[in-house]
Design a protein. Sequence first.
Length: 225
Amino acid sequence: MSGMGQSVEQWRPIVREELAAAGIPLPEDLVLATIWTESRGHPGSTNEKSGASGLMQVMPSTLEWYNRQTGSNIPLSVLRSSSKPREQVRVGIWVLGRFWRGAYRYLKSRLKEIPTDELGKIADLFYVAGPGATKKKLDKLEIPFWDYVAGRWPEWNALPHTQNVWDHLPSSIQWDVDAIGNWLKAGEKIVQRAKQGSIVILAAVICGYWWFFRKGNRHDKEEKQ
């Protein structure tokens, strides 16, 4: 873990445990490099301007998203505490995982094959700049890869984040391509089921309204008779 030192390496056991608990097969070194880039490994770090907090610098609105989606109730004070590194890693890993899946869905709509390393860089842009801003740029490119983004918008302030993360990944990093692929595909199935559920609910609502008004009209006719 070149250039990061003990301040980040000390969190490896927590990162390993939280990745396993979340069922996310991303490399520990990727999370540790993200921690280094975001906070230099100091729990409770807070950006006074943006409000981003914790080892992985999660925004307050993103924490609210995490709590809604997971049924948790982690207050912002936990991300700003120097004694709550596990919770900070847990939230950060969840957010990183969601952005990996979001980047995968986007790239899948445009590419037949997605290199894992490239997917990771786009997911990192999602993490630091947000999916909306990143997609606006990717939509303008024939090939939606990080190098093309950097070539087209070299001054974009999101680029150094990805560069820093990748500069701090060990050259020997191993991507478990099969496990990552299965995890991403499982996420696709979850999204599809959620969409199907929404369609079923909508159909039920429409049918309910149709039955209600049909019944009401029939009663009106009976009363008129």
